[in-house]
Write a protein that binds this ligand. Structure first.
Ligand code: ARG
Length: 400
C-alpha cells in the first residue's frame, strides 16, 4: 500500500502547494486536514474542495470552534494566561487542537506521517511535533518548508505551473495566524522593530484613537467561565465572539511586542485579542474578590508556569496537566458579575458582585459599625515585624 501523510492544511498558498510537493518528493498520498478554530474567512467546504483540487486523496475538515473555545481558550482564561505579561497565547492554544484532529485523521485514513507548513525558525513546528509525539507517538513528522526546501517563490512557480486553484498574485507582506482567541501578525516591515504598525496590520480591532461612545458590559462568570453577557446566556465561544466585536470596536487588545521564542530568536509580533484581553481583565478582577490571598499569590506563579509550558508546546505534558488540576480547583468560587467600561483602547472594571466572594463590607468599612477589632492589630504587628526588628538591631550594632 502507498504511504499516506496527513497534512495540516490552512487553504492558503503554501499548504495548497505542499500537497503536490510532498506527494512528488515522497511518493506518498496526501490527506489534507483543515480545522476551524474560528479564524473566519473561507467556508470549510470551499477549503475541502480546494485540497482535493490540489491533489489530496482525502480531505478531512472539522468545525472545532466550540471545542477550541471550551477546552483551550477557557483554561487559558482561568489561568489569565499572558506570555511576557501581554500575549494571550493565541497560536500556542490552537496547535494542540489541530494536532488532536490530525491524529484522528491519521487513524481514520491509515497515515503514518504528519506534515505541517511551518518554517524551521518558529515555535509552531515545535508545538506540532511535540504535540504529535505526546498523543500519537507512532506518527512521523515532516515539514515541507523546512525539510523539502519549499520556499515561497517555489510555491508560486509550482502553483502557476500546475494551475492550482489558489491565488499567487496577492502578495501579502505579513505572516498571519488567527483564531477566535486572537490574531498574530509578523514579518515584512514589522521586522524593523522601530517601525510602527500601519493601519492595514489590524483586522480584529478599530483604531482606539477614535472610539465610539463608551460601551458598558456586564459579564457573569460561573466557576471562572463567562456564562452570560448583559444577562443573556452565552456559550464560551459566543462570549469570546461578542467580546471580540464589542471590545474590538474600542481598539482593546492591541499588542506590539518583541518576544522570546522557544528556539532562542527574539521576534517582533503584533497581536490583536480584544475578546481575550477584555475577558481576562474581567476574570482577574473577579478573582481579586473571590480568591483567598495566599491562594491568589500562589496561583499567579502557577499561571506563569502554565503559560510558559503552553507557549513552549507542552500542552500535554504531565506538569501542565497537574497545573490544570490546581488552576481548576482555584476556580470553584470564581462566580459573580463584573461590570466593565469599554472605551479608547481599554477595558476598565468599575463594578463587581459575588455571592461566593471574600469581600466583607463590615470588615472593610471605615464607617461606624465595623466588625473589625482594631486593638488586635497592635500585637499582630509586633510579632509580624519581630524578625525584621532583630535584623535591624544587629545591623545598627555591627555597622554592616
Ligand atoms: N509568535 C507567536 C507564537 O509563537 C505567533 C506565531 C504565529 N504565527 C504566524 N505566522 N504569525 O505563539
Amino acid at each position: 500500500m502507498t504511504d499516506r501523510i496527513v497534512l495540516a492544511y490552512s487553504g492558503g498558498l503554501d499548504t495548497s502547494v505542499a500537497i503536490g510537493w510532498i506527494a512528488d518528493a515522497t511518493g506518498a498520498e496526501v490527506i489534507a486536514v483543515a480545522v476551524d478554530v474560528g479564524q473566519g474567512g473561507e467556508d470549510l467546504e470551499v477549503i475541502r474542495q480546494r485540497a482535493l483540487d490540489c491533489g489530496a486523496v482525502e480531505a478531512y475538515v472539522a468545525d472545532a470552534r466550540d471545542e477550541f473555545a471550551n477546552e483551550y481558550c477557557m483554561p487559558a482564561l482561568k489561568a489569565n494566561a499572558l506570555y511576557h505579561d501581554k500575549y494571550p497565547l493565541v497560536s500556542a492554544l490552537s496547535r494542540p487542537v489541530i494536532v488532536k484532529h490530525i491524529a484522528a485523521a491519521a487513524k481514520q485514513f491509515g497515515a503514518d506521517t504528519m506534515a505541517h507548513g511551518c518554517t524551521g525558525k518558529g515555535n509552531d513546528q515545535v508545538r506540532f511535533e511535540v504535540g504529535i509525539t505526546s498523543i500519537a507517538p507512532e506518527l512521523k513528522c515532516i515539514a515541507p518548508v523546512r525539510d523539502l526546501a519549499l520556499t515561497r517563490d517555489k510555491a508560486i512557480d509550482y502553483a502557476e505551473k500546475h494551475n492550482l486553484p489558489i491565488a499567487t498574485t496577492k502578495k501579502n507582506p505579513f505572516s498571519i495566524d488567527q483564531n477566535v482567541w486572537g490574531r498574530a501578525v509578523e514579518t515584512g516591515f514589522l521586522e524593523d522593530i522601530w517601525n510602527a504598525p500601519t493601519k492595514d496590520v489590524y483586522d480584529y480591532t478599530d483604531d482606539p484613537a477614535f472610539p465610539p461612545v463608551p460601551d458598558e458590559v456586564l459579564i457573569t462568570f460561573e466557576k471562572g467561565i463567562p456564562v452570560a453577557i448583559d444577562g443573556e446566556k452565552v456559550t464560551p465561544l459566543q462570549a469570546i465572539e461578542i467580546m471580540n466585536r464589542r471590545a474590538g470596536a474600542h481598539g482593546i487588545g492591541r499588542i506590539d511586542i518583541v518576544e522570546d521564542r522557544l528556539v532562542g530568536i527574539k521576534s517582533r509580533e503584533i497581536y490583536e485579542a480584544p475578546g481575550a484581553i477584555a475577558l481576562i481583565e474581567a476574570h482577574k478582577e473577579l478573582e481579586n474578590v473571590t480568591l483567598e490571598r495566599e491562594q491568589a499569590r500562589f496561583k499567579r506563579r502557577m499561571s506563569d508556569e502554565w503559560t510558559e509550558l503552553v507557549y513552549d508546546g507542552m500542552w500535554s505534558s504531565p506538569l501542565k496537566q497537574s497545573l490544570d488540576a490546581f488552576i481548576e480547583d482555584t476556580q470553584k468560587y470564581v462566580s459573580g458579575e463584573i461590570r466593565m467600561q469599554l472605551h479608547g483602547g481599554k477595558a476598565i472594571v468599575d463594578g463587581r458582585k459575588s455571592d461566593t466572594g471574600l469581600y466583607d463590607f463590615n470588615l472593610a468599612t471605615y464607617d461606624e459599625g465595623d466588625t473589625f477589632d482594631q486593638s488586635a492589630a497592635r500585637g499582630y504587628i509586633e510579632i509580624y515585624g519581630l524578625a525584621a526588628k532583630q535584623a535591624a538591631a544587629r545591623q545598627a550594632r555591627l555597622g554592616y
